[in-house]
Design a protein around this ligand. Structure first.
Ligand SMILES: [Zn+2]
Length: 266
């Protein structure tokens, strides 16, 4: 079913037979979490040790529906059900460097995703370099996570892959103003950045949809993932402006653990 021609979403439905549907009170941010505990992407506080850093991080070790995962293009079935509609608009964002990534906080309530009749509002977006999800084992230089939350605090994340190419004018205001890290404290760029989010996402909304988790501690499950299949472009210089600050802030691929890829989202 399509709500209108303009809202057509051609998507691949990657649905999982083992799905956590518990109503979870998740933190608004996937990258700051509820805890100030130190965690990292390498070394003794790296991903393989996250679960042992705090009892609240146990899902990072024992969870059976963790993210990210490899997404396989042969499962892409354009036009299949499981419709969603993303409506992001022009507005202001506040940039924060939280030590794990650069995050753009969004306060405009007009930015929404409708999935299965439920409305999620965009809270923030942030970057991972290199990408966390892979498609057919291919890793991209950058992945953007748009974190949305509904009234019951369910999380829906829209993942957008970035490949090297032309300079991205829509994201230029962000990549010209990336705030530097300041020790362990969050550092902000100081003033709101004006962005046109409507022109950031790829026009083709074919996507992989599956149930997974936050990719940072506490790795909470019950997160609805919509990973768009078509990458957007950014210039080498734009990607480098982020990756020189965060050379590697990706969590390794997680086991699928019996979750089966299916073309029926429910
Ligand atoms: Zn993320």
């Amino acid at each position: 079913m399509q709500t209108s021609k303009r809202h057509v979403t051609r998507m691949a439905a990657v649905s999982l037979t083992v799905v956590s549907v518990a109503a979870l009170a998740l933190p608004l941010s996937t990258d700051t979490g509820a805890s100030a505990l130190h965690w990292a992407y390498a070394g003794e506080a790296g991903p393989s040790h996250w679960a042992s850093l705090d009892p609240g991080f146990s899902a990072c070790g024992v969870g059976m529906a963790q993210s990210p995962i490899d997404l396989e293009s042969h499962d892409a079935k354009p036009g299949k059900s499981g419709e969603f509609h993303i409506d992001y608009e022009k507005g202001n964002v506040d940039l924060v460097n939280n030590g794990h990534t650069v995050q753009a906080n969004v306060s405009d309530a007009r930015d929404t995703v409708v999935y299965n009749g439920d409305t999620y509002r965009l809270a923030q977006f942030h970057f991972h370099s290199p990408s966390e999800h892979t498609t057919d084992k291919t890793r991209f230089p950058l992945e953007i996570h748009f974190v949305n939350q509904d009234g019951a605090k369910h999380i829906l994340v829209v993942g957008v892959m970035v490949k090297l190419g032309d300079e991205n004018p829509a994201l230029a205001p962000v990549f010209q103003s990336l705030p530097p890290p300041r020790g362990n404290a969050s550092a902000t760029a100081g003033k709101p950045i004006a962005l046109d989010l409507s022109s950031v996402l790829p026009r083709n909304r074919e996507a992989y949809v599956y149930s997974g988790s936050l990719t940072t501690p506490p790795c909470t499950e019950g997160v609805r993932w919509i990973v768009l299949a078509h990458p957007i472009q950014m210039s080498k210089g734009q990607v480098a402006s982020f990756s020189k600050m965060f050379p590697d802030n990706h969590r390794p691929l997680q086991k699928v653990h019996g979750r089966e890829v299916d073309d029926d989202p429910d």
